[in-house]
Design a protein around this ligand. Structure first.
Ligand SMILES: NC(=O)NCCC[C@H](N)C(=O)O
Length: 419
């Protein structure tokens, strides 16, 4: 399957997910912050909630899981050796790659995701406060962040935090080795054709949106650095003819619910977007930068905000307000629980958390039918009967991990949009 992402809203045809496993519970209140969590999760509830998302996606798209794809590529010895060496070198676990390689592909995939326990077989290990030799991938169910479709390429995330770096290595190995995918990966860690390597370059999928085949909106803040965006610019200069546009949005550095652009801005339709107003419109000290790349020539200027910048490029999106218009406190509360974080599975057809009732009401006021995930899964309601709808999924526990429907999905193929 050729990977192909030329929008945020084209009919979803292929997506990668990861149902959370023991890795989300293997943290303590003390080290939850190191795991990039603001709370500790209950797996059985998170799993039930996640199952709704997975079942909804299965009704509308081809769905693959990271664990199955990883196990498949681990059957290939070259892929297995390369990935294990890379992970073990990077995580400074000496002498483990050969030992790990002896496991079956399924067991090894589990170990790489759920972690490898530290054996108490010497004094250092006995006295260590660590439970794991190789830490669990607590954040893997946010598959969005470690790889992102950029037209026909898959751009590999360069994660801002070491606890997520193995995720990007796994995603890269999947796209490079799995026979299912026809694509070329681009990785800020491995720039090619004379693009200089910059150790400060970080780039996460939550910050990266392809709006049209020639327009990208990218957030810069806690997770994606300007150097990471410069890597994207260099690749566009090298590989793409004609005019391409980047809109870069500076993001506040706190609270942590502003980690990624998709927590404050998502594209819902050919003419609508979801915004958390205080960041997208209100905070003038956070700049919106417009970068025009014309056959390799770069020109940079400032714009008032993302919707205005898009309008000048022919994409006129009406903003719908996260949390509704009544009260900034409600907006803040719902934004915190990923109220702006929608996944579009077709133009005007989106998935989001049912807990954010004011956001859903605002969508309803704008013509979106609210469909409960269970009704859609049970076949009681058909999304094809509506021009615009939100499939609302349970997410009390999932939201505590710090993300919503967009964060929990890695689309790699979408149909073209009729703009
Ligand atoms: N795209 C997203 O906004 N992803 C959410 C990631 C949450 C995760 N706990 C993290 O801090 O990386």
């Amino acid at each position: 399957m050729q990977t192909n992402i030329n929008s945020e809203i084209g009919k979803l045809e292929g997506v990668i997910i990861h149902p959370p496993g023991s890795e989300v519970e293997n943290m303590t209140p003390e080290n939850a912050e190191r795991a990039l969590y603001s709370d500790i999760l209950n797996l059985s509830i998170a799993s039930q909630e996640y199952a709704q998302l997975a079942q909804v996606l299965e009704k509308i798209s081809k769905v693959f899981t990271i664990k199955e794809l990883l196990a498949d590529i681990l059957d290939n010895n070259a892929a297995k050796d390369e990935l294990l060496q890379r992970i073990c070198n990077h995580e400074c676990v000496t002498g483990m790659d050969e030992k790990l390689a002896r496991n079956s592909s399924e067991t090894l995939a589990n170990l790489l995701i759920e972690g490898v326990l530290l054996e108490r077989n010497n004094l250092t290990n006995y006295l260590s406060n660590e439970k794991f030799l190789m830490r669990p991938l607590h954040n893997l169910f946010f598959t969005r962040d470690s790889a992102m479709g950029m037209n026909g390429n898959m751009l590999i995330g360069r994660m801002a935090n070491p606890v997520r770096e193995r995720e990007a290595m796994i995603s890269e190995a999947i796209f490079n080795y799995h026979p299912l995918f026809e694509t070329t990966t681009l990785n800020p860690l491995k720039p090619q054709n004379g693009i200089p390597f910059d150790n400060k370059a970080t780039l996460e999928g939550g910050d990266f949106q392809v709006i049209r085949d020639d327009i990208y909106v990218i957030g810069t803040g806690m997770r994606t650095t300007t150097q990471g965006i410069d890597f994207v610019i260099e690749n566009i200069k090298q590989h793409k003819n004609g005019i391409h546009h980047l809109i870069v949005q500076e993001l506040p550095s706190q609270p942590e619910s502003f980690i990624h652009l998709d927590m404050v801005f998502t594209n819902l339709n050919t003419d609508e977007c979801m915004v958390y107003e205080p960041v997208v419109y209100g905070l003038s000290r956070y700049k919106t930068i417009y970068i025009r790349i014309d056959n390799g020539k770069v020109k940079i200027s400032e714009k008032p905000n993302i919707p205005e910048a898009l309008k000048q490029l022919g994409i006129d999106l009406k903003p719908i307000t996260c949390g509704g218009k009544k009260d900034p406190w409600t907006q803040e509360r719902e934004q915190w629980h990923s109220g702006a974080n929608f996944l579009a599975f077709a133009p005007g057809k989106i998935i989001g958390y049912e807990r954010n009732v004011n956001t859903l009401e605002e969508l309803n006021n704008n013509g979106y039918e609210i469909i409960k995930a269970v009704d859609f899964i049970d076949g009681k309601v058909n999304v094809d009967d509506y021009n615009k709808c939100v499939v609302s999924i349970a997410g009390s526990e999932l939201a505590r991990g710090g993300g919503g429907a967009r964060c929990m999905t890695m689309p790699f193929k979408r149909a073209a949009v009729n703009w």
